[in-house]
Ligand binder design. Structure first.
Ligand code: MSP
Length: 528
């Protein structure tokens, strides 16, 4: 096996699945991309060198069929729909470093190189496939895996219809990789997360692996197999290779490959875990390339308790959602509502509840109270603190301890947990304001009022710096209001050396998280 020469110590390579262009983007796509974005932003602010990759999966029978039914050539169709996904990344404020399309030349070259490596390792042979195929899943199924559909017909485990396929095909000797895969899972206990998913994969592999059909001859929309133009590569071998393409593979000396491979984490939905946790490491090991460090499988969103589907007319469009509720609000909800890895239920009621309670009431009010008191009572200049008492030290101590705790959550892709930890500080700060009642100190003890307001502003600085990965726009506004310069917003500025300087003039306060009122967005409630 070829290991990297340059160990990727401080590098962090995170990927989303590449999205099929047979359909326009929906909530599920937005979700994975937002989670990866918060992780990528966190790691950058924490001083890592990050590569964040997303893109579109454009080959295969499903896309070819969709192009045909749209009356377009596959190439025009993929250009058009892929652009919708690129537009989505802009709409969601995604900080991806690359956007890959599997129809690009660099990718076709990488696919053909990995194919050649698999041939060299003796794992590819010509045979013929006769069996079930689901176009929607782009996957082959053995008889025993099929289930009964709504009308008693045999369908794929996902419920997708299947067709009988018989054609010449190249096979990958997956059976040979059963034991090496089991050894690999054992040696890398955190390769598959969450734990329950890992157990599912391990028992699937223990059940025995069949060789995998990796080429098709009955349609043309794909990457030609090197040295045999009658075949195109199986779309999943093609798609998975995108993660390597983006690092410059097959150039052995590519700087990105040296720096970023193996990938730190592939974030995927639970439905595509088998491809990433079984086929992908087997292909890579066979090609002599180190497998990624982790595959994290997240759950699925239902909508108001039902599966999201076109036929139920309940597909949640992320563009509309952001227009109606605001980008940071949608990001916060998706990241906070469901433990990452579990299934979740989307409802506008739950989203509005989060906006009004966590954002407007908890954080919005805290910021508004502090900023307007400083503005009104201190002529907009940050007051100087005097002696700290226990409650001041407790709040500041809480703020100072947060980064390692949040880092711990983010290293396990637990953004919901990171946000819970952050909100514990927001709530502690609100309890502190209520208890200290700085508004009543103006006449009786102005020095104490100054200390309290300073402690609150400094706590808000921590909160604002730490929420940047999750809600970049709102965090930016909070930091502007605190007059924190751009160069002092990374996590290494959280230390005491970068505490706010008293006397600093703070801009006129503005509401950051308005309450959501049906039919109208109002900032009214954010008053003292
Ligand atoms: N093209 C493949 C991935 C190839 S990666 C090398 C694919 N594309 S997809 O567009 O169908 O799905 C992309 C992702 O969206 C998957 O991770 C899938 O789990 C996710 N989701 C689709 N519907 C979803 C929900 N309702 N909820 C959450 N995620 C969902 O599979």
């Amino acid at each position: 096996m070829r290991y990297n020469i340059m160990p990727a110590i401080d590098s962090y390579f995170i990927t989303t699945p590449i999205y099929y262009v047979n359909d326009v983007p929906h909530l599920g796509h937005a979700y994975t991309t937002i989670v990866c974005d918060s992780l990528a932003r966190f790691m950058r602010l924490d001083g890592k060198e990050v590569m964040f990759l997303t893109g579109t999966d454009e080959h295969g029978q499903k896309v070819e069929k969709s192009a045909r039914s749209a009356g377009e050539t596959p190439s025009d169709f993929t250009d058009r729909v892929s652009q919708r996904f690129r537009d989505l990344t802009a709409k969601l404020g995604i900080s991806n470093d690359d956007f890959i399309r599997t129809t690009e030349q660099r990718h076709i070259k990488a696919c053909q190189a990995i194919w050649t490596a698999l041939v060299k390792s003796g794992d590819i042979y010509l045979g013929s496939y006769a069996g079930w195929y689901s176009v929607r899943d782009e996957a082959f199924f053995a008889e025993g895996e099929l289930i009964n559909g709504e009308f008693g017909e045999r369908v794929a485990p996902s419920g997708a219809s299947i067709e009988w396929v018989e054609e010449p095909s190249y096979f990958f000797r997956l059976s040979r990789w059963q034991q090496p895969l089991l050894d690999f899972y054992e040696k890398h206990p955190h390769f598959i997360l969450p734990e329950t998913r890992r157990n599912e994969v391990v028992s699937f592999v223990k059940g025995g692996l069949q060789d995998l059909s990796v080429s098709r001859t009955s349609f043309r929309w794909g990457v030609p197999v090197p040295c045999d133009n009658n075949h195109i590569m199986y779309v999943w071998l093609d798609a998975l290779t995108n993660y390597l393409t983006a690092t410059g593979y097959p150039e052995p000396l590519s700087v990105s490959f040296q720096r970023f491979w193996p990938a730190t984490v592939h974030v995927v939905g639970k439905d595509i875990l088998r491809f990433h946790a079984v086929y992908w490491p087997a292909f890579l090991m066979s090609a002599g390339i180190t497998p990624p460090e982790r595959v994290f499988a997240h759950g699925w969103w239902t909508v108001e308790g039902q599966k999201m589907s076109k036929s139920l007319h309940n597909v949640v469009e992320p563009f509309d959602l952001v227009d109606k509720f605001g980008l940071d609000q949608v990001r916060y909800f998706l990241l906070r509502e469901v433990p990452f890895g579990s299934d979740g239920n989307f409802s506008e009621t739950a989203l509005i509840h989060r906006i009004n309670s966590d954002l407007a009431n908890d954080l919005g009010n805290l910021a508004q109270r502090v900023f307007s008191m400083i503005h009104r009572n201190c002529e907009a200049a940050l007051p100087a603190p005097s002696t700290y008492i226990d409650s001041d030290n407790a709040l500041l101590g809480h703020a100072h301890k947060l980064l390692p705790q949040i880092r711990d959550s983010m290293e396990q892709q637990a953004s919901h947990e990171a946000l819970e930890k952050l909100w514990a500080l927001v709530r502690a700060a609100n309890a502190y304001v209520d208890h200290q009642a700085p508004w009543s100190l103006k006449k009786t003890n102005p020095a104490r009022m100054n200390t309290v307001l300073y402690v609150l502003a400094e706590s808000l600085r921590h909160i604002a710096i730490l929420i940047q990965p999750f809600m970049p726009t709102a965090a930016g506004k909070l930091l502007d209001q605190l007059a924190v310069p751009l160069e002092a917003r990374a996590f290494d500025s959280l230390g005491k050396n970068n505490s706010l300087t008293a006397g600093r003039i703070m801009p006129k306060p503005e509401g950051i998280f308005p309450r959501f009122v049906e039919g109208n967005v109002s900032g009214d409630s954010q008053t003292l």
